[in-house]
Design a protein around this ligand. Sequence first.
Ligand SMILES: NC(=O)c1ccc[n+]([C@@H]2O[C@H](COP(=O)([O-])OP(=O)(O)OC[C@H]3O[C@@H](n4cnc5c(N)ncnc54)[C@H](O)[C@@H]3O)[C@@H](O)[C@H]2O)c1
Length: 343
Amino acid sequence: MRSRSSWGIGVIGTGGMGTRHVENIHRYIKGAHVAAVMDVDHSRAAHAAEESGAQPFDNAHALIHCPEVDAVVIAAPDPLHAELTLACLEAGKPVLCEKPLATTAADARRVVDAELTLGRRMVQVGFMRHYDPAHQAVKTAVDSGQIGRPLLFKGIHRNAQVAPGFDLTSDFVVLSSLTHDLESARWLLGQEAVEVYVSGTATTPEFGPEVWDLQVVQIRFQGGGLASIEVYVSAHYGYEVVAEVVGERGTATTGNGHAPWIRREGTCSRPIGSDWLARFQTAYVAELRDWVASLSRGDLSGPDAWDGYMTLLAAEACIRSIRSGGPERVTVPERPPLYTRRA
Ligand SMILES: NC(=O)c1ccc[n+]([C@@H]2O[C@H](COP(=O)([O-])OP(=O)(O)OC[C@H]3O[C@@H](n4cnc5c(N)ncnc54)[C@H](O)[C@@H]3O)[C@@H](O)[C@H]2O)c1
């Protein structure tokens, strides 16, 4: 990888997340500019192009091969992630791919195998909680030994609602929402999942009686750690993400963002937002900043394709558990030296 004065970034998919990446690169990231944008919805691509001065494309592969594009952000729908990432690797362009890396573990493994063939890591996965100061503080507390050996990860992940008209499935909840929490658990505990069990309930009649929009996931990890995760995508009251690690001598928890407690007239209250973009804005900017710095260094430091693959192995076991109604094993493959564990 080369050092350059400004990296030309191409963004594929300019919906909610992609547009935020375009705005963040354009406004906040030194050493990078948005060179190209692409969306099948031309009006969205045109809007993002206008905002950033980028060239709009109507074909993802044309964007990937554009000489002004040095690296690519993929924020198109989940089922497109693996193929687009592989196309970027074939073109020799580094990628920041939104989570999940793929919609099957087999496709994530194809990305890992492509990197192993190249002999270098070129893919970062958009697990932005790694860049959230509250999550980083928990990670520091765990790694410094302050709370003793980590025993249990407890996660809460609630969305106010699913977009009206969206055809929700239980699998989508696992692949699109729970993957964030599976990654948080393995990252904060420093262990891989070996057994998962999912129970759930259908709380929203419009989705159908079999769609679990509230899921409770129990996990056993290779090193003896445990996890208990609630994912609820129809929580109505707001958006909330909480991660807690219980250790042998104490606990560390993220709390939920930075909103102050207000005490007045005999009440104590604290606002809860409904917008994940606002809750994690600091993390999205830090993620892009670190990724662009890593392009110049030629050495990725963020969550990589192996993290994306491990998360999908656990996610697939969760989907099997929803089908079988019982616990399901995860077979953890050996970690290749290319993916030596980093802090
Ligand atoms: N890291 C996070 O916190 C986070 C949060 C939300 C979403 N995401 C991920 O970001 C991705 C986008 O999610 P979103 O919420 O922005 O969804 P969205 O529906 O708002 O945007 C997706 C965009 O992709 C476009 N698109 C559809 N098919 C395409 C194609 N073939 N080529 C190019 N563009 C295409 C759509 O027109 C749309 O504009 C998803 O993979 C999602 O899982 C990550």
